[in-house]
Design a protein around this ligand. Structure first.
Ligand code: SF4
Length: 543
């Protein structure tokens, strides 16, 4: 087969940004859009987009770019962004459909297959055999110079092998099998204000959040909840500056702004900013909020602006479990937030709950039943706003997936049967409460996600089977690996994890101490959110 010819782009390096999962998925996710913007503003690069569907195809055929309808295989550089582990199988499918050998070891020529985003630094191992190089961390000051370097090499006629050798030890680059490990995660601008808040560049009626500019308010989270990967892999916690966010809104002029962040109510400028949005006649929405951040002023304002749904994360069924995860949530603050929501006429209250904690017992869920009764009682006592609405409550239940680089990385995951039994018990518990509904995830899917998130390079064989033979369930029947062996055992202190080819910045000893405290249900203080160089708590001062 002759080599596909790259489009003639007047001396610019053609780069295909690949976002698997189809167009709707792509325009609904934020991470890659900032990177796309940075690359397309660079005069030396010609950037196009490819949104392969679940089968790795676009418009039912070999993957092509949206802009010039050029085949993916004709691009010397392809930059991938994958958000969910369940989408891993689209990588080999897309490469195969493009006529590019899916395994990196089988490729002798370009395109270069590079991948960035959180999965590149949470655990690159399961997909490492498909990928030539990972971008580890945020797109900082090294990002554009890296592409300039690759452009120079491509235009000099360097082959794939020479390019990988030349870039393997650049900051933030992980070339499996070649780079010195661990590779340090890159952080933009260090501590201080969030240097480069992400915002969407495609505001579309077809996105999950319709006609909405998604805007990043904060990155990282100071609370250090032990189960939450975002609280560790995005350290240090940083807030955007209000003037910068105003500038972005003025520049993009969207009908609606969706504020995104791990700790929205911790942002001191939240209320002034949403007031400013209202003055500018922009609608807005907020992602989930901490119950202790819901003040009367904020809630009154949100209701006046027509916000009808509030989402609060309870996470643990009992006080003991919340201590285990170091949630730092006073149940009275939670009940107070419910009271305010009912009082000011919130139509729909969404609550998040996680099940499958190590050592959880029925007692933890009996405590939840009492707490739910209290929530329902408070709802019926409050007047329900001007229209005397009845506040619907939806409880969203998900299974604990012990993620890399969290204290729970040493934890076993609950087995599928026990997770299903717990879901069933919760469904029954909620049934007598009028206007309370419960949705839960699928325990098999959660276990699959756990295995894909925690596996090593041997997982690539399983991913290739799923890509070739019709999905994950069918692949499990053919694969000779053992899901239970990966998920069901508690790890020992010195066990080396596949993801430790990355240095996230948070020290292993800190995570181990946190795991020991989790087992003893002891709460730890949160991150003081000061300059990391003045704090020695988690190790970030050395990154
Ligand atoms: S070093 Fe201290 S301030 Fe910095 S992220 Fe860690 S705990 Fe937070």
């Amino acid at each position: 087969m002759s080599e596909p010819v790259a489009p003639d782009l007047g001396g610019r390096l053609p780069v295909a940004v690949v976002v698997p999962g189809g167009e709707k998925n792509a325009i609904s996710t934020l991470g890659w859009q900032s990177v796309y913007r940075m690359l397309s503003e660079e005069p030396g690069l010609a950037v196009e987009r490819v949104f392969p569907d679940k089968l790795g195809l676009t418009d039912g055929g070999a993957p092509k770019t949206r802009e010039s309808n050029s085949p993916l295989s004709s691009f010397p550089v392809t930059a991938w962004s994958v958000t969910f582990e369940e989408d891993f199988l689209i990588i080999p499918r897309t490469l195969q459909a493009a006529g590019v050998p899916p395994l990196s070891a089988e490729r002798s020529r370009l395109p270069l297959v590079m991948l960035g985003g959180p999965l590149a630094f949470l655990n690159p191992a399961p997909i490492a055999p498909f990928i030539d190089l990972f971008w580890v961390g945020e797109a900082d000051d090294n990002f554009i110079p890296f592409f300039e370097k690759v452009k120079e090499l491509v235009f000099e006629g360097a082959d794939r092998d020479a390019i990988l050798e030349a870039v393997k030890d650049l900051p933030g680059i992980y070339v499996p099998g070649r780079s010195k490990t661990p590779v340090k995660r890159l952080v933009t601008g260090g501590t201080g204000p969030l240097h480069d808040p992400a915002f969407s560049c495609f505001i579309s009626g077809r996105a999950t959040f319709r006609d909405t500019l998604l805007l990043e308010v904060n990155r990282g989270c100071p609370y250090g909840c032990r189960f939450c990967a975002a609280g560790f892999i995005y350290r240090p916690p940083r807030h955007a500056e209000i003037d910068e966010l105003k500038r972005i809104v003025e520049l993009t002029d969207p009908p609606k702004v969706g504020l995104v962040g791990t700790a929205l109510t911790d942002w001191p400028d939240l209320l002034p900013f949403i007031k400013w949005l209202h003055e500018k006649k922009k609608k807005f929405s907020l992602s989930s909020m901490r119950a202790d951040g819901i003040t009367e002023d904020l809630l009154i304002y949100l209701r006046e602006r027509g916000i009808r749904t509030i989402t609060l994360a309870l996470e643990g069924a009992s006080e003991r479990l919340r201590k285990m995860m170091s949630k730092k949530l006073d149940p009275n603050d939670f009940l107070n937030a419910v009271r305010l929501c009912a009082r000011y006429g919130v139509n729909h209250l969404k609550l998040y709950l996680i099940i499958g904690w190590p050592g959880e017992t029925d007692d933890d869920y009996e405590e939840l039943a009492v707490f739910l009764e209290e929530i329902v009682r408070i709802r019926s006592e409050e007047p329900g706003g001007k229209k005397k609405q009845f506040m619907r409550i939806t409880i969203g239940v998900s299974s604990l997936v012990p993620k890399p680089f969290t204290p729970f990385q040493w934890s076993p995951m609950m087995d599928e049967k026990s997770l299903a039994a717990r879901m069933k018990m919760l469904t029954k518990m909620v049934k007598p409460f009028k206007g309370v509904t419960l949705h839960h995830d699928n325990p098999f899917q959660a276990r699959l996600q756990g295995m894909l998130a925690r596996g090593g390079e041997e997982m690539a064989e399983f991913i290739a089977l799923a890509a070739e033979h019709g999905g994950w369930k069918k692949a499990l029947k053919r694969w000779d690996g053992d899901m239970n062996a990966i998920l069901d055992r508690e790890r020992t202190e010195d066990e080396v994890f596949p993801w430790e080819v990355i240095d996230i910045g948070v020290k292993r000893e800190y995570l181990w101490k946190e795991w020991s405290k989790a087992k003893a249900a002891q709460v730890s203080p949160g991150c003081p959110s000061i300059d990391c160089s003045k704090c020695t708590m988690c190790g970030m001062e050395e990154l």
